[in-house]
Write a protein that binds this ligand. Structure first.
Ligand code: PAF
Length: 281
């Protein structure tokens, strides 16, 4: 596995692989890798000739009172996991942006609600870093997890709008045996916090079961979800059109139930598909 520590090294590597005619797959991450990240690597590995993973904790996507300084890091463990997953190049730059970096990439509308509303600037930070990463890695396919569903939809929109020549491949959300959606931030949870965190997926699955049993009214489904939640601060529980991310009144198209909440000092998010299946093409 090649270790690449600067944007210049990454760009040179990608150019050389492109000249050899290799198809490149890319999994961008912020490190502290878990089974969910590895599942994204495994999803791309058979589809491409070369697999790249990046690890960069992107300051642009953290708010002033968020956990940038204490975001968990484990470069050695991460390198081993990448090597074991058959990664060809690990791009782990100490700094990613050039001096005087002054550009921001914003996707309108899809970023108005959900995490876009509760974490101002967060999704702009994500699209800005992902645009730069995609240009450096020059990949044919990039995989983003459905755990960050709004992020996935926003990146998909950005790639279409800016005609970035990459296919965005969604990676299914991975859960621990108890149902908690895998996240690097789960490491912060005490046993009591974790018990509260488990109510996120219980609420979402209660909504999904009720819909499958015939309840289509969003108002009723949200009340069912709300009744299962036990968290310290509920940020949002919403039922939205899976494409536009706007609230719906009835489940009459592909929909997503999404939740974000704080347990202790940790912010958790989760989501499930509800209703007809979303077409990813
Ligand atoms: O999902 C993440 O880990 C990050 O938001 C990403 C896509 C790597 C951008 O920093």
């Amino acid at each position: 596995m090649d270790l690449l520590n600067s944007s210049e090294e990454m760009a040179a590597w990608a150019k050389a692989e492109g000249l050899k005619g290799h198809r490149i797959g890319f999994v961008p991450t912020m490190g502290f890798l878990h089974t969910g990240h590895v599942s994204l690597m495994e999803r791309l590995r058979p589809r491409v000739d070369r697999l790249v993973v990046s690890i960069y904790v992107n300051p642009l996507q953290f708010g002033p009172n968020e956990d940038l300084d204490r975001y968990p890091r484990d470069p050695e463990g991460d390198s081993k996991k990448c090597r074991d997953a058959g990664v060809d190049a690990l791009f782990m730059p100490p700094e990613l942006y050039p001096d005087g970096f002054s550009t921001a990439v914003t996707v309108d509308r899809l970023t108005d609600g959900l995490c876009g509303a509760s974490r101002p600037g967060h999704l702009d930070g994500v699209t800005t870093v992902v645009a730069r990463l995609l240009n450096l890695v020059r990949c044919d396919e990039a995989c983003f997890g459905e755990k960050d569903f709004q992020q996935l939809m926003v990146i998909r929109r950005m790639v279409r709008d800016l005609a970035i020549p990459v296919q965005i491949v969604p990676g299914p959300l991975v859960r621990d045996a108890d149902g908690l959606a895998l996240s690097s931030r789960n490491k912060y949870l005490s046993t009591a916090d974790r018990a509260k965190g488990l109510t996120l997926h219980r609420a979402l699955f209660a909504m999904r079961e009720a819909e499958a049993a015939g309840e289509k009214r969003a108002r009723v489904l949200l009340a069912i979800g709300q009744a299962s939640l036990d968290v310290d601060v509920l940020d949002y529980l919403e039922l939205v059109d899976a494409e536009t991310l706007t609230a719906i009144e009835h489940v009459d198209r592909p929909a997503r139930a999404l939740v974000a909440a704080k347990v202790g000092n940790t912010r958790l998010i989760d989501n499930v598909a509800i209703g007809p299946e979303l077409s990813w093409t």
